[in-house]
Design a protein around this ligand. Structure first.
Ligand code: XMP
Length: 484
């Protein structure tokens, strides 16, 4: 056997986890209400809160992405479905509210009214511009057809409003509101020389005021991310047309094939791309130096609450450790790249630790899986409510077969994730209220007013098992242990 350094290998590094450390309170003049948790997520995209959701089929579909974006965070739509289904989910988020919708659903004047009603029901909208050869010739709304009889025979042209009030694309929000109000209408088609190019709706304008922190693009639409495999270029290109940012969804991205495929994609992409998951300093250096143009690093391998990777393979890089390693690599190489701490977040304190270790945002699966906006239904059990949650490497996720290449060998017969249930926690807004409050309080203890100050000022201290016990509620009977 050659000269070995096995003892060094075991002791040289500690894979520090959230449970191993505390934040040291520092001298502070910062009150939690003074704290600003806005984060620069990509070069041209800032988020009001550093919370994003995992691209998992029990976490992020349309409702989750809409709810998170409205609160100022971001959802990443999962890829465990066909490309068409994923694209449609992203489109629904983009359509959910935007100042000017550009992806307008229209109808032809010679369609029966029944067809117009079907489309309105399917897409949950209450009006359709009527278009012939791209030109706007009318509008049909719920009001026009609500009491219509014989809707199979009656045609759209028989009921539509022909004298349509329209706007041009440079209209301001205030002007649009005035026009809608003046004419007592709910929809304002936007035209360019008679051609329909967009639509403004009362509903969207009202929502804009209701969610002042929402993450929005220039057109007012909610921001939406999507997960991809670097090996599925067709899906990537389809998503690049609709999503605002994409993220690779690979369990071990520091891999020659992933790098080669990603390099090709980066050359063609016009939207930001985050890569991962990675877990080491070396992986981060390689990503930062070999993948020109990446917008972020997704850090953490094996810490997720549903992960069994580290049990099955004994390989892993806990999220806190991975985040700090990526942050050091970034400070070494430089660049406008954010670090996303992914997996293992159980409470607001873990978010504070992840940010203190250099993260720009945290990615959460478990906690969001327990909200009303996650896919799946509520399940009652012994007087409590739960929602289903499973890993993307679990048998349940694998059965859907679309994300098999997340793990190294699609054909291999082992699972790297588990299936189960998480407690129901209310809405995304409820959960974020608690998490944002906790994060701001932690920043108050450290004396950090912003995320950047948290990177600079936060100090960690290791904690023993006995310390962990003492720093959690103890010596009291707690009927509800779920939050500790
Ligand atoms: P939490 O702790 O929020 O973590 O539930 C979510 C993150 O876990 C990762 N993930 C997996 N990791 N096997 C794994 O080893 C899996 O089956 C699996 N599914 C998801 C992923 O990074 C997610 O964001």
């Amino acid at each position: 056997m050659p000269k070995t350094h096995f003892r060094d290998k075991i002791h040289a590094n500690v894979a520090t986890t959230f449970n191993d450390v505390l934040l040291l309170p520092g001298f502070t003049s910062v009150e939690p209400e003074d704290v600003d948790i806005m984060t620069n997520f990509t070069e041209h995209m800032s988020l009001q809160i550093p919370f994003i959701s995992s691209p998992m089929d029990t976490v992020t579909e349309t409702n989750m992405a809409i709810a998170l974006a409205r609160q100022g965070g971001l959802g990443f739509i999962h890829r465990n479905c066909s490309t068409d289904e994923q694209v449609e989910m992203v489109k629904k988020v983009k359509r959910a509210e935007s100042f000017i919708i550009t992806d307008v659903i229209t109808i032809s004047q010679n369609e029966p009214v029944a067809r117009a009603l079907d489309v309105m029901n399917q897409k949950s909208i209450n009006g359709l511009p009527v278009v012939e050869k791209g030109r706007l010739i009318g509008i049909v709304t719920g009001r026009d057809v609500r009491f219509a009889e014989d809707t199979e025979k009656l045609l759209v042209k028989d009921v539509m409003t022909k004298d349509v009030v329209t706007a041009t694309k440079d209209i301001s929000i205030d002007e649009a509101i005035k026009l809608l109000h003046k004419h007592r209408i709910e929809k304002l088609p936007v035209t360019d020389d008679g051609r329909l190019i967009g639509l403004i709706t009362v509903k969207d304008l009202m929502l804009k005021g209701k969610f002042p922190n929402a993450s929005r693009g220039k057109d007012g639409s909610l921001l939406c991310g999507a997960a991809i495999s670097p090996f599925d270029a067709d899906r990537v290109m389809a998503l690049a047309k609709v999503a605002d940012v994409i993220i690779t969804d690979v369990s071990h991205f520091h891999n020659q094939n992933c790098f080669s495929a990603t390099k090709k994609l980066l050359k063609q992409l016009a939207i930001p791309m985050i890569v991962g998951n990675i877990g080491t300093y070396e992986a981060a250096i390689d990503c930062l130096t070999k993948l020109d143009g990446i917008a972020g690093l997704r850090a953490g391998i094996g810490s997720g609450s549903i992960c069994s990777t580290s049990v099955v393979t004994r390989a892993g890089a806990p999220t806190l450790f991975a985040t700090a390693n990526c942050a050091d690599a970034l400070s070494e190489v430089g660049g406008n790249v954010s670090i996303i701490a992914d997996g293992g977040i159980k409470n607001p304190g873990d978010v504070a630790l992840a940010i203190s270790a250099g993260a720009s945002a945290v990615m959460i699966g478990n906690i969001f899986a327990g909200t009303s906006e996650s896919p799946g239904r509520l399940i009652g059990f012994e007087g409590r409510y739960y929602k289903q949650y499973y890993g993307m490497g679990s048998e349940a996720a694998r059965q859907r077969r679309f994300a098999l290449d997340r793990y190294s060998q699609p054909s291999k017969d082992i699972t790297e994730g588990v299936e189960g249930y998480v407690p129901f926690r209310g809405t995304v807004a409820d959960v974020l209220h608690e998490f944002i409050g906790g994060l701001k309080a932690a920043m108050g203890y450290v004396g950090a007013r912003t995320i950047k100050e948290m990177w600079e000022k936060a100090k960690f201290i290791g904690i023993s098992q006995a310390g962990t016990k003492e720093t959690h509620p103890h010596d009291i009977f707690l009927p509800d242990k779920s939050t500790y």
